[in-house]
Ligand binder design. Structure first.
Ligand code: FRU
Length: 424
């Protein structure tokens, strides 16, 4: 019998492993892989809402695309509640940190536009209330399909469950701004299967989200990356020799790291429109290393596949650690084998003096890295913080072979287009 991968003409592959030995090479505060300090006097894009994961409009090849000279970004967004009694502390002051920490439960997809690739103007919600089938509209990717302005928004419909979905609409421009029309019918694409990707029934802390569709520059087919965990009951995973890697004497103890089971998933489309998908085995697994490899995405450069994914300190397993930030892996072909960039995988981490300053980094093909401000300390001890919920300064990075280097810093939320499409 033919396996699914053979049926669709895709090479069967073994997932590449991010090993504990690789992770032992992570060095926080290496200046070449550390985001410059974000100052606590950052500007806030909009005082009525928190924004976090930022998704630039792009084409299927990964190019950040403007339309009629307008740049467009989508963001996960939630209202701020400075006057809601629920978010006032005992003294009647707004407990912004609690409001911020609760944001995931009410995340909605919003869009913003700009003539300059920064200073984003508020567009509004992409889908009207009631269109999305679940409580939370979590991260994904808006794809500009053609010069008629058609957009496929792939995202994650969460609670109940976690389903990768898409909704089609259109971007419309005028001299004065941008609007989104349509986005009225959400189509469920797929959920975790329990065989390759862990389900909620197998682990209440499972992750299955963050679709990133793309056209493979080599075979021209439509694929999608996503975040997952390796299938199996929570606690049943084995952290064996392969997952441990080549560690020095004294580093063989894996503690309870069997609970860390992140993977980068991949699916292939059966049709040209991307309405019908087949999940394939993960591209990369991090069993025994880390429990979350979020918002996976590619940069295709120099004939190589640069795979980036965001991760946290708190999701590392026992005996390994690293900063919140973006990690990367490189391969000569889509299905690997992938090797960690910079030896360890760490590409751009927060400085240890400001461990939560930014998150949800997105590496664009021009080497620019956008992220959002989470919280920045306002005193020496780090006990006082200022919550962000806004765009962080963009970082410029060079990608060379198996290494990356921080080389520049730009304005807050600077996401310049790489292509402009004139709408017909
Ligand atoms: C990353 C992330 C995504 C998820 C969203 C939820 O910051 O955890 O994986 O879609 O945030 O708010």
């Amino acid at each position: 019998m033919k396996t699914n991968t053979e049926k669709f003409g895709v090479t069967p592959h073994q997932p590449s492993l991010w090993t504990r030995a690789d992770a032992l090479k992570v060095r926080a505060d290496d200046p070449t892989t550390t985001q410059p300090l974000v100052s606590a006097d950052f500007p806030v894009l909009n005082n009525d809402v928190f924004i976090w994961d930022t998704m630039p409009l792009r084409d299927l090849d990964g190019n950040v695309t403007s339309v009629d000279g307008w740049s467009v970004i989508f963001t996960l967004t939630a209202d701020r509640h400075p006057n809601d009694p629920q978010y006032l502390d005992e003294d009647g002051n707004y407990d912004i940190l609690r409001d911020w920490n609760d944001r995931h439960g009410r995340a909605k997809m919003y869009y913003w536009f700009s003539r300059t690739g920064k200073n984003w103007e508020f567009g509004g919600r992409v889908m009207a209330e009631g269109v999305s089938p679940t409580a939370r509209e979590w991260a994904g990717t808006p794809i500009l399909l053609n010069d008629r302005g058609e957009v496929d928004l792939y995202y994650t419909a969460v609670t109940p469950g976690a389903t990768i979905v898409k909704v089609r609409g259109r971007v419309v421009t005028t001299e004065h701004g941008v609007s989104m029309v349509g986005f009225e019918k959400v189509k469920p694409l797929f959920e975790a299967d329990g065989k390759m990707y862990q389900t909620e029934a197998q682990n209440a802390f499972w992750g299955f989200r963050d679709p990133w569709p793309f056209r493979d520059p080599n075979d021209g087919k439509l694929y999608m990356l996503f975040e997952g965990n390796v299938a199996g009951e929570r606690g049943s995973h084995k952290v064996g020799e392969a997952e441990i890697g080549d560690v020095p004497p004294g580093y063989e103890d894996v503690g309870n790291s069997r609970y860390q089971t992140a993977c980068v998933g991949i699916a292939v489309a059966r049709d040209a429109d991307g309405d019908d998908w087949e999940m394939l085995p993960p591209l990369l697994t991090a069993v025994g290393v880390n429990d979350q490899t979020e918002r996976p995405h590619f940069v295709f450069q120099d004939g190589k596949y640069y795979l980036f994914t965001i991760s946290h300190t708190f999701t590392y397993g026992d005996g390994v650690t690293g900063p919140d930030g973006v990690y990367g892996f490189v391969a000569d072909s889509l299905f690997g084998p992938y090797v960690p960039l910079n030896g360890s995988g760490l590409v751009l981490g927060n400085p240890s003096s400001q461990p939560f300053q930014t998150y949800s980094h997105y590496v664009m093909p021009n080497g620019l890295v956008t992220s959002f401000i989470d919280s920045v300390p306002t005193d020496e001890t780090g006990t006082q913080i200022r919550v962000g919920g806004t765009e962080a300064p963009t970082v410029g990075m060079k990608i060379k072979g198996q290494q990356t280097f921080v080389v520049a810093e730009y304005d807050y939320g600077y996401i310049p287009p790489m292509l402009d499409v004139t709408l017909k």
